[in-house]
Design a protein around this ligand. Structure first.
Ligand code: MLT
Length: 272
């Protein structure tokens, strides 16, 4: 694995990991995580593919200028990385907030998207209720409540029946998430509040779409996602029983199979 950092006027530090060779898959992490969340799936995928795992601007080892970052900025950061690597198109798969960025990428740069992966993620905007909840959380972050919020939140990403089994992983992810700066927490929540509904992107998608859904996902319920899985022309849909919001940790081998069969299809199909 190589690690690289790009500096541009818009993205002061854009850090990413690059492994493997061949056609490209980009994996985007969720909130408030960083690219290390994909560690359990990268090695196997990079046997067949070039795998690029950025830290989104403001997360992990990447930063942003000024006060904020939008979901569209996150999508643009992926474009910057692909251009720097001389990669014309890639499958862009995102987890949760990373999925909001992945679908923004498919919307803004469709010619660069060989496939779109929605991993525990939704094309819909926040409901008004969700926006209000986020605003309360932002007020909490601004009052110094970030660490308590993260410690309470990370276990809830996992299916309840998996929390004991993955307590080591939960501790590690919590430790990593606690490194997220307050200003990034606020920026990410504002980015999510402001993101548009992108179900039209699915309806118009020329690229195939992968759906990975956890039946015990307490963050984005499976039933909300199932409604979206027939909107695009070509959909690969995988639902996982013993899984919450974290298939890359809860069922990593299944997730590798899901992404690999999707990528094989996208690139085989593009070749004919
Ligand atoms: C995530 O897992 O990235 C976030 O929880 C998604 C969200 O809050 O919408």
């Amino acid at each position: 694995m190589h690690t690289k950092t790009i500096n541009t006027s818009k993205f002061p530090e854009l850090y990413y990991r690059l492994s493997g060779a061949g056609n490209a898959i980009v994996l985007l992490h969720g909130f408030p995580l960083d690219g290390t969340v994909w560690d359990k799936v990268v090695t196997k995928l990079s046997d067949n593919y070039t795998v690029i795992v950025p830290d989104l601007p403001g997360a992990g080892q990447s930063s942003f200028h000024g006060a904020g970052v939008s979901i569209d900025d996150m999508a643009e950061s992926v474009k910057v990385i692909l251009e720097r690597e001389g990669i014309k198109n890639a499958i862009v798969a995102g987890h949760s907030m990373g999925g909001y960025a992945a679908i923004a990428f498919a919307d803004l740069y469709p010619q660069m998207a060989a496939g779109l992966g929605m991993i525990h993620s939704t094309a819909t905007a926040d409901t008004e209720e969700k926006k209000e909840q986020r605003k309360k959380s932002i007020a909490l972050f601004e009052k110094g409540g970030k660490d308590a919020f993260i410690k309470q939140m990370i276990p809830t990403l996992f299916a309840e029946q998996n929390r004991e089994r993955f307590k080591g992983e939960i501790a590690d992810i919590t430790e990593q998430a606690l490194l997220t700066e307050n200003k990034s927490m606020v920026a990410f929540y504002n980015a999510m509040i402001n993101r548009p509904d992108r179900t039209n992107v699915l309806k118009e998608a020329e690229m195939p779409v992968l759906w990975v859904i956890g039946e015990n996902d307490g963050i984005i319920p499976a039933k909300n996602l199932m409604q979206q899985t027939s909107l695009a022309n070509v959909n690969f849909v995988h639902t996982h029983g013993e899984c919450g919001h974290m298939s890359m940790v809860e069922v990593p081998d299944d997730l590798v199979d899901n992404i690999k069969s999707f990528a094989d299809y996208c690139y085989d199909n593009a070749a004919h």
